[in-house]
Design a binder for this molecule. Structure first.
Ligand code: HEC
Length: 278
């Protein structure tokens, strides 16, 4: 009887999901994080990290202003055509939209160098074969001749601040000519931090003022406001799953034998502590 009832619930759920367009159809129930094998839990966190949220699950921030504050009239949400205009942040569709995995082979001089810098053909090119066996280990293995680097950055500049009064802005624009108004106008655009190693390379952001990744994530606004809002509206367990995934992105000391380690460099035990039956 129990089985029949749960079968009915499952059938009901799959009926309800037909035609749904959502990035994450199943969210963890409270406590499920302790039952799942570690690999599955981290996979779930990675799935949230790369989820491209749809309007059916709150994507496009229909209930918030550009700053993340709630809209004044909640009965009048910012749905199409008044929804978030992604032109201001074309990559801003998921955490992984900016913190992505570029691929290709780096060469110097390379064809992407801007005018005024060394271009291809100006000088003999320096080629390093990253798959050479005599380079120090461990190394990334080439797949079909390409070494894919899980850097988790689009290597682009973004403004993820709330504007000039945001405490994360720099008061001076060090790339402008000193003494000009552009120089004193300050700077709000920063390179997407590569998350390679983020798990054991605190503190965070260009200023290093955030000691936890959670603070850094919640400081995202501007071009990343949709993702910050999506993260902030996840249930606490889902937010924790994203943090757990980020904690696995570590630069491991030479000789480490495990790929997923805890703070002490030992293989990560899961569940983190035994729950006692009450
Ligand atoms: C629009 C592009 C963009 C999106 C989308 C985005 N980020 Fe970021 N992220 C950045 C930039 C730019 C920085 C560096 C900001 C700085 O240095 O002040 C950053 C910094 C960080 C840092 C600090 C890293 C360090 O080493 O200092 C973490 C952690 C982080 N982001 C996680 C996330 C997560 C999780 C999400 C999704 C909820 C997300 N980001 C979405 C652009 C983005």
């Amino acid at each position: 009887m129990c089985l029949a009832a749960s079968g009915e619930v499952a059938a009901q759920q799959s009926r309800e999901s037909i035609g749904l367009e959502i990035a994450v159809p199943h969210h963890l129930a409270d406590g499920e994080e302790f039952m799942l094998p570690l690999r599955d839990l981290l996979g779930y966190g990675e799935r949230l990290f790369s989820a491209v949220w749809t309007s059916q699950e709150g994507g496009g921030r229909p209930l918030t202003k550009g700053t993340g504050a709630a809209v004044s009239d909640v009965a009048n949400p910012l749905t199409f055509p008044r929804n978030f205009n992604r032109i201001s942040g074309p990559d801003a569709n998921a955490c992984a939209g900016c913190h992505n995995r570029p691929y290709g082979i780096y060469g110097e001089p390379n064809p992407f160098n801007p005018v005024g810098n060394l271009r291809t053909g100006d000088a003999p090119s320096l080629d390093v074969d990253l798959s050479r066996r005599d380079l120090p280990l461990p190394r990334l293995a080439p797949v079909n001749g390409v070494v894919r680097v899980p850097a988790y950055s689009d290597f682009k500049l973004h403004d993820i601040t709330t504007g000039a009064s945001d405490p994360n802005c720099e008061p001076l624009d060090m790339l402008a000519v000193p003494g000009t108004s552009a120089f004193t106008a300050g700077n709000a655009r920063f390179l997407t931090r590569r998350l390679w190693g983020v798990g054991n390379e605190p503190p965070y952001c260009h200023h290093g003022l955030f000691t936890t990744m959670r603070e850094a994530i919640l400081a995202h606004a501007g071009e990343a406001i949709a993702e910050r809002t999506a993260f902030a509206s996840l249930p606490p367990d889902d937010q924790n799953a994203v943090i757990e995934f980020l904690k696995t992105l570590q630069v491991l000391p030479p000789g480490t034998q495990w790929l997923i380690v805890n703070e002490k460099g030992q293989p990560k035990p899961w569940p983190p502590h035994r729950r006692t039956a009450s």
